[in-house]
Design a protein around this ligand. Structure first.
Ligand SMILES: Cc1cc2nc3c(=O)[nH]c(=O)nc-3n(C[C@H](O)[C@H](O)[C@H](O)COP(=O)(O)O)c2cc1C
Length: 358
């Protein structure tokens, strides 16, 4: 039997999903009792399970997933100005029957809408949105609504990005966007330092510890003592991890890894699978990137422990089943978040909690 279609409808545009979603026929399960609250960057929280920036487009999406038992909810990355999404399709299946090794990504990967996954472990996708954002006049009140929709001891994180603009440097744009998000009601701010789908310098900021530090210091000054998370991409070099965390740790409370992993995506005719210039390469996520995410989490854990840094580690990438949650916890993640998994299985937090594994 095939897995049911995702809550985020990958056959329609981002704008339609924003306006009309989430569409899901079944009423949510009752929120489970929490035996013990945990501290998420100092905020009391019902569990260690969340959704990273991506599938939660606005307050309607946040409300739905909070009712499904995800307790740390990240509002999809916002900008200081409105920005359109790339054209539909934005997500395609990448049929691949095992987690990627680094060398698998050297060759093009075939992607299609026409695939019927038989298990959560066969759901790997590519996503390519270009970090769309509503204007702040839309997302500011919507963040307020999102906060109101949460149950007690659930947490709203808002992901932000900044870009170089004629009257504003990239760090300044990050800082002002973070400040507005905080004032709108964000309980924690996440800076997105890795987005393979955008072409500007902000795309892979985490690769430069020095530039990352410049942004973080300005964001920290702008948001006072609100908890700050740095979201980064895949790292296989322990030395880069150490240099990055050394520069970043004075300013942040948490590090989230990983964002999507870049691949070359073609259709079955060998042509670029996503329409429009500049989309030949796009971000991979879901089951396929799990081992790369676990490897990065392991490297970060080691640095945090060896350097005795006061940092929480958020594991992201291929948490599609409750077993995956355990793998991330065993690798040293303090919190674990699912984007692709939660899109196809909105019960993921519920069934993970039934295992009572923490
Ligand atoms: C539909 C979708 C949209 C995403 N949008 C964002 C985004 O706006 N900002 C961001 O930092 N990451 C974004 N991501 C990346 C996720 O936060 C996550 O890092 C990545 O998908 C790996 O997790 P997964 O394997 O559970 O999907 C997006 C992912 C998906 C699937």
């Amino acid at each position: 039997m095939s897995i049911a279609p995702p809550v985020y409808d990958i056959r329609i545009s981002y704008d339609e999903n924003y306006r009309n979603g989430p569409v899901f026929g079944i009423s949510p399960p009752p929120l489970q009792d929490t035996h013990q609250l945990v501290s998420f960057l100092g905020i009391p929280c019902r569990s260690r399970i969340g959704i990273p920036a991506g599938p939660l487009l606005n307050s309607s999406w946040i409300e739905f997933y909070s009712k499904m038992g995800f307790d740390i909810l990240t509002y999809k990355t916002v900008r200081s100005h409105s920005h359109p999404s790339y054209q539909n399709p934005n997500c395609l299946y990448v049929p691949f029957n095992r987690p990627f090794k680094a060398e698998d990504l050297d060759s093009p990967l075939i992607a299609t809408l026409d695939f019927h996954p038989q298990s959560m472990n066969s759901i790997t996708i590519t996503n390519s949105f270009g970090m769309p954002s509503q204007d702040p006049s839309v997302w500011i009140p919507d963040i307020g609504k999102a906060v109101q929709s949460l149950a007690k001891n659930q947490v709203l994180v808002v992901s932000v990005v900044g870009i170089e603009q004629p009257n504003c440097s990239m760090p300044e744009d990050f800082a002002r966007t973070a400040k507005i998000a905080k004032e709108a009601g964000a309980m924690a701010i996440e800076v997105n330092f890795s987005c393979p789908n955008v072409k500007g310098k902000e795309g892979q900021l985490y690769q430069s510890p020095e530039s990352s530090m410049k942004v973080l210091s300005m964001v920290r000054a702008a948001i006072g003592d609100t908890p700050l998370i740095m979201k980064i991409g895949q790292i296989s070099d322990p030395d880069l991890a150490k240099r990055l965390l050394e520069k970043a740790s004075p300013y942040i409370q948490g590090v989230g890894a990983i964002n999507t992993v870049l691949g070359t995506i073609i259709n079955s005719n060998g042509q670029p699978a996503l329409p429009g210039a500049g989309r030949e390469r796009s971000g991979l996520c879901g089951a396929g990137i799990r081992n790369l995410a676990l490897q990065t989490v392991g490297i970060l854990r080691k640095v945090i422990d060896e350097e005795k840094m006061d940092l929480s580690l958020i594991g992201v990438g291929g948490y599609n089943t409750p077993d995956d949650y355990m793998l991330f916890r065993n690798e040293g993640a303090d919190f674990v978040m699912s984007a692709t998994g939660a899109m196809w299985d909105p019960y993921l937090a519920y069934v993970t909690k039934q295992r009572d594994i923490d």
